[in-house]
Each structure stands twice: as C-alpha cells, then as structure tokens.
Design a protein. Structure first.
Length: 167
C-alpha cells in the first residue's frame, strides 16, 4: 500500500512539473514576441522618432518645428540606402547630387544641409549623436523650414540615417 501511494504521488508531481514547464514556455514565447514587437526597425516609426526628437530639440531652443517633406524623404532615403549597400561610402559623398535634386523639388529653395549617422538603434540615439557634434547641431538648429529623413539597414543590421534640411 505504501508503494502504490508513493507511485501515485510521483505521477502527480511529474504531471504538475509538465504543466509548469509548458506554462513557463508559453510565457517565455509571449515575452519574446512582446520584445520583438517593440524593437525599432527602419520604417515610418523610426522616421517619426527622428523627426520628433529633432523638433523637440529645436523647440527647446525656441525654434519652429521642421515640416517633413516627402521629396526630401526620398532624397535622404536614397542616400541612406546607398550607404547601407556600399554604393557610396559613409558620409556626404555626392552631396551636390542631393542638393540639385532638392533644388528641383522645392520651388522656394535657397539653402540645403545634411546630417548622416549610423549605428544608433533609435531615432533618439541618432539625434543625440548629432546634438553632440557642432556641425550637425548647427544643421538641426539652422533656419530651415523642411526636413527629409531616410533610413536603411545594411546586411549586418546597422542602421544608416540621413537628415536633409531645406528652406
């Protein structure tokens, strides 16, 4: 009788452990899904993040918010994509091409500037990098009306950012 009782208790404990393991596994899967869904990836939300932090920085200095311009977004996106694909080196190579493209798209155009960055995982981080660089900071605080933002990932997952400014 004691042997049967121990065997029954063992089976109950084993069944309970299986259920706890299954429940723990499901909780872990749910946690991973939540974490993945909040990871920043190139796209509209990351562009919005860069725009939001750039305009927040400008407002903190008493300046007007920049207006996003889809033509400038296209110009910035192409440059970020070209850097991510290795078609141009990281930096401001062929800047004149982007300048001329912007000049054709914006009728009242009379000034243009550009910031580039890579490696930041959020728009907030990219803007912080630019704020800590005198030349990039000057561009963000310049007397511009429009902004274009382009973002692209390379094969290693590094994110390339381009901001272009015009007035």
């Amino acid at each position: 009788m004691i042997g049967i009782n121990l065997a029954l208790k063992g089976k109950i404990i084993f069944d309970l452990m299986k259920r706890v393991s299954l429940l723990s596994g499901l909780c872990l899967i749910a946690l991973v899904i939540c974490l993945i869904s909040f990871s920043p990836v190139p796209g509209k939300s990351l562009i919005d993040d860069v725009l939001s932090h750039t305009n927040q920085f400008r407002r903190s200095k008493g300046m007007a918010a920049l207006v996003i311009n889809s033509d400038l977004n296209d110009i910035a996106e192409k440059h970020s994509r070209n850097m991510a694909q290795g078609k141009v080196g990281f930096g401001h190579g062929v800047f004149n091409k982007r300048y001329n493209a912007a000049k054709q798209k914006i009728p009242e155009f009379n000034a243009f500037a550009e910031n580039v960055a890579f490696g930041a995982s959020t728009g907030k981080e990219a803007v912080a990098m630019w704020k800590n660089s005198a030349l990039h900071r000057r561009n963000m605080l310049g007397q511009y009306k429009y902004i274009g933002i382009g973002i692209a990932k390379d094969r290693k997952g590094r994110i390339y950012y381009t901001q272009v400014f015009a007035r």
